[in-house]
Design a protein around this ligand. Structure first.
Ligand code: NDP
Length: 246
């Protein structure tokens, strides 16, 4: 159980982040539901948690903005005094072949997916160090583990997240803060909904289990890494991918 724990989940108004927020709350954590543009959706997630007897609050912050993340962390720490679980889930895609990839699309994906996690860890790290306990979980991707054509920006950001995870895991290990990554495979959310049937079929052929995953299956892996069952696990990448990356 996560009773008494304070969790921050970035990009928690929709998709995988929403499911992570609901799952952590269902196991007793008070959840800060971060969003960027999806205010109504994020507020609905917080309300759903509260209606079920939990505690939650939706707070806007663009994770790609260093100063905004600093202000966000300050607000959260002033209100809750501590953060026990930080889930860096916010992410975007701007897919294109490398020949056609614009600098803006490259930068935007790196700024959101990789620097966004850096910003949050950077601004919450003092608090984690002081309390001498905590869990940081970064949502990477199989694209970051194995690469994917048309996703050089996204793959680089997700591979970077794995390096960030391992370095911060080493920095914080002696203070009893565990830092791990979850690498989802092909999960049904808004991010993957636009794929053609042909692209879906081709992707499914690459999955040993032969089917796509659900946001709930990713959230359950996050739940494990957020709880005491993972107290001796740090710097790891847990693939939730139906066997794609084995
Ligand atoms: P969605 O597109 O459904 O949701 C993306 C989320 O990220 C939204 O909640 C969005 O918030 C948030 N977000 C985007 N930019 C920002 C920003 N600048 N600041 C704060 N929040 C932001 O994606 P998924 O739920 O599918 O993906 C969640 C994570 O899982 C991502 O990191 C993604 O890369 C990763 N992933 C997904 C896979 C999949 O198959 N779906 C596979 C592997 C990894 P808002 O709407 O408020 O802007």
């Amino acid at each position: 159980m996560l009773t008494g724990k304070i969790a921050v989940v970035t990009g928690a108004g929709r998709g995988i982040g929403r499911e992570i927020a609901l799952t952590l709350a269902a196991h007793g954590a008070a959840v800060v539901v971060n969003y960027n543009g999806s205010k109504t959706a994020a507020q609905a997630v917080a309300e759903e948690i509260i209606q079920k007897g939990g505690a939650a609050e939706a707070i806007q912050c663009d994770v790609s903005d260093f100063a905004a993340c600093e202000a966000f962390a300050k607000t959260v720490l002033e209100t809750y005094k501590r953060v026990d679980i930080l889930v860096n889930n916010a992410g975007i895609t701007r897919d294109n072949l490398i020949m056609r990839m614009s600098e803006a699309d490259y930068d935007q994906v790196l700024d959101t997916n990789l620097k966004g996690a850096f910003h949050m860890i950077r601004h919450f790290s003092r608090s984690f160090l002081k309390q001498r306990s905590g869990k940081i979980i970064n949502i990477s991707s199989v694209s970051g583990v194995a690469g994917n054509p048309g996703q050089s920006n996204y793959s680089a950001s997700k591979a970077g997240l794995i390096g960030l995870t391992k370095s911060v895991a080493r920095e914080l290990a002696s203070r009893n803060v565990q830092v791990n990554a979850v690498a989802p495979g092909f999960i049904d959310t808004d991010m993957t909904r636009d794929l053609t049937e042909a692209a879906r079929a081709e992707l499914s052929r690459q999955i040993p289990m032969g089917k796509t995953g659900t946001a709930k299956q990713v959230a359950d892996a996050v739940l494990f890494l957020a709880g005491e069952g993972s107290d001796y696990i740090t710097g790891q990448v847990l693939c939730v991918d139906g066997g794609m990356c084995m």
